[in-house]
Design a protein around this ligand. Sequence first.
Ligand code: SAM
Length: 275
Amino acid sequence: MSNPSARKLNNGLNHTPRKRFGQNFLHDQGIIQRIIDEVAPQPGQHLLEIGPGQGALTGHLASVGTRLDCIELDRDLAQFLVGRHANDTHVTIHQQDILKFPIESLEPTPHSLRVIGNLPYNISTPVLFHLLRHHASIDDMVFMLQLEVVQRMAAGVGDKNYGRLGLMLQYFCEIEHLFNVPSAAFTPQPKVSSAIVRLRPHRVMPLQARSVDTLQTVIRTAFNQRRKTLRNSLKTLVSDALFATLPIDASQRPENLSLADYVLVSDAIYDEAQR
Ligand code: SAM
């Protein structure tokens, strides 16, 4: 029986967008072209698309003729894409969950990965952290995300959106908010605004914490109580005596500290634990 809410694709696929997979498909050709222009894929590169869906970006990426791996969770859509790219030997469709996909299985190529994706918004943060474990093998990532998430990712000290997500991502990457995308560009239209962001992992790390786990703990603990002073919010981790050894005023709030300041606090905690 045909489903009236399904969108019929050119090849005859009837697909009803699945909310649980965060399916909002891009149909605005102008926006699709702007994203492709920002990615500007080149022959010889290794592309990885996350959540290709009905293939709004995939066809453009595949047309470059360079290696393209696509990871799509939805079995019907993965099958549709396998059919569409049956003659493209440089394209591989993996029907898998990106959060379980072993990125390292793609790594033994001579090229770093260029990652592209209109991500399901409900899993965007875990996907970013999953990929960052492989930051040394990634050239750049261009993502469509919820606008509010992009604002948090790009926020600097003093910005109302400044916090844990931005600090941890900026530790690993340069972040560039490229442009906003109206909800009307999608079918069905999402309830939130969207934006395109580029993350470029640092080739030379500008800051190097002695322990990234400790840095993460410090930042999480500080921003769990962002209205409190650092002395209070970090009291389980940093004693007054340890604070006294640091060039940081403990009466400030978490949002006043730069990433470099957080690395200083983290290293002091780490060194103290090693003594
Ligand atoms: N790229 C397409 C576009 O721009 O029209 C689709 C974007 S849609 C927002 C997100 C896509 O990610 C859907 O096709 C969905 O099935 C897929 N997806 C959802 N969760 C996923 C996961 N855990 N791993 C891989 N793909 C996933």
